[in-house]
Design a protein around this ligand. Structure first.
Ligand code: CA
Ligand code: CA
Ligand code: CA
Length: 494
């Protein structure tokens, strides 16, 4: 069922970029008009974080700046926003009795306001007044108000990358030494029935020939998994795009393309017979670029990796070599140079999640990659797949998030035998969630996020195996770990 997953995991960005304060502080990247100038910025205000039944009717006013837009967020039918008056009626909590909708118990507003130093935003509600200076809300941290019953988050601001007539998906971004934002994306041309891999320097002046308009990075008609990096630390800073494509060969391979004075110079990173797809990539602090992907050679899927630094690619490493299929890797490079590769495997007759640490520096010339022993993250008879890894430099460990569902989730042999000898496979639209795992040198634990009846989520420790007897304590669960979206399809691989 996996081959179509790549098609169904699209995150449509519609050509919009969202930036928070981090990029606002780059004056080159904005049309700054004075000291501390900042673009009008979106904020999200959430009422009823305490999940209590309460009336939050109120109104919005801004001093020292303008309100540009106001939208409701998670309103029920009974709630109402009056945009012209900047006022609303809204009641939080899920009321007793049969639910009319499956909205969350919280309600809120999305507001686009000025974010200059003198701006103050005030929301007067039946539960109290929320007042804040937009510049004091930190990116990625919700500020709390009214004893934690309401929050305000900065969402950022949007710029149109390019007005196109193509369907634009799979955007990637890198920022160069001048603070210019380069955006790479895959564009489907419905007239020519082909894809383009396009890039644009969003901050190039109109007089700059190079990058002011979208340009193709590579001449092919199909692409997947584009990534873009601005490599630093090697003395030769350069934009590099990596992607999967069949090129002219009718055989999917991995490619890199380097931005040079003479345009984009492509390089084939893998040329094995068979499909080389599901590309993941990350850049190390040392200026290295790592790629890993699924290669369907030798009659089954395995995870391969290469590392680029100082003008050279390492040898190709088979990070797995089982007779079963390994799928959809993700990669995160730690500050110490270790690359963590997560993937799912069908070696046990159902999808299980593993990570493998990979180091550079092996072999007679010290330029080979070497995989350490792989670590099992989730190996129950249930569906555990789509690993997403994040190296944690503070602990020297790695976070792993993955999609989890019941046994044989989404399979099309519901009445057939399973590896657990039951007759059950969980239907496609039932019960997928996200599980978290955390591994560090001495401690291993898995947290299971289980659904509770009202549709909220809670975290439960599922199992903990202290490898060297060190108790697990204080592991935060709010680290940024981005799971892959569950995809579905049909096909011949497991
Ligand atoms: Ca190939
Ligand atoms: Ca294999
Ligand atoms: Ca499993």
């Amino acid at each position: 069922m996996k081959p179509l997953a790549v098609v169904t995991t699209a995150v449509v960005l519609a050509g919009l970029l969202f930036f928070g304060r981090a990029s606002q502080e780059k004056p080159q990247a904005r049309a700054a008009t004075g000291e501390g100038a900042a673009a009008p910025t979106w904020f999200k205000v959430v009422f009823g974080v305490d999940l209590k039944d309460a009336v939050w009717d109120g109104s919005l006013s801004v001093s020292g700046g303008r309100v540009y837009e106001i939208e409701s967020w998670s309103f029920e039918e009974r709630d109402q926003l009056r945009k012209e008056e900047r006022s609303w009626t809204a009641r939080t909590a899920i009321l007793d009795g049969r639910r009319a909708t499956y909205a969350e118990p919280t309600r809120g507003l999305l507001i686009k306001v000025d974010a200059v130093p003198k701006t103050t935003v005030k929301l007067e509600t039946k539960q109290g007044t929320i007042e804040f200076s937009p510049r004091e809300i930190r990116l990625g941290r919700a500020a709390t108000f009214l004893e934690g019953r309401a929050t305000v988050e900065v969402l950022g601001f949007g710029d149109l990358v390019a007005e196109t007539e193509t369907d634009d998906d799979f955007a990637a971004i890198a920022i160069d030494e001048r603070g210019h934002r380069h955006v790479l994306w895959q564009a489907y041309d419905d007239v020519a029935k082909r894809d383009w891999l396009l890039i644009r320097d969003v901050d190039a002046g109109s007089s700059e020939n190079d990058g002011a308009k979208p340009v193709p990075v590579f001449d092919a008609k199909e692409f997947a998994d584009p990534h873009l990096f601005f490599l630093k630390g090697t003395g030769k800073e350069q934009l590099v795009a990596v992607f999967a494509s069949p090129g002219e060969n009718q055989d999917w391979d991995i490619y890199a393309a380097w931005k040079t004075a003479d345009g984009w110079q492509p390089q084939r990173v893998c040329s094995a017979e068979g499909s080389d797809i599901h590309l993941a990539a990350d850049a190390g602090d040392d200026g290295s670029l790592w790629v890993c992907w699924q290669s369907l050679r030798n009659g089954n899927g395995d995870i391969y990796a290469r590392r680029y630094a100082d003008g050279e690619w390492s040898d190709e490493l088979a990070a797995t070599s089982t007779a079963a299929d390994e799928w959809e890797p993700s990669i995160s490079v730690a500050r110490n140079g270790m690359a963590w590769i997560g993937y799912d495997s069908y070696a046990s007759g159902n999808y299980d999640v593993h990570v493998v640490p990979v180091q550079f520096g092996a072999g007679p010339n010290g330029k080979r990659l070497q995989a350490q022993k792989s670590i099992a993250v989730a190996t129950s008879p249930d569906f555990e797949a789509h690993a997403s890894v994040l190296a944690d430099d503070d602990s020297g460990g790695v976070w792993v998030a993955y999609d989890a569902a019941g046994a044989n989730w989404g399979k099309d042999f519901r009445n057939g035998p399973t590896m657990t000898e039951g007759g059950y496979s969980e239907p496609l639209h039932d019960g997928t969630g996200i599980d978290f795992g955390f591994f560090e040198t001495y401690i291993w634990s898995v947290f299971n996020r289980s659904a509770i009846p009202d549709g909220l989520w809670k975290s439960l420790p599922l199992k903990g195996v202290p490898l060297k007897g060190v108790p697990l304590k204080g592991v935060p669960l709010w680290r940024i770990v981005k799971p892959a979206t569950v995809g579905c399809g049909s096909g011949g691989y497991d």
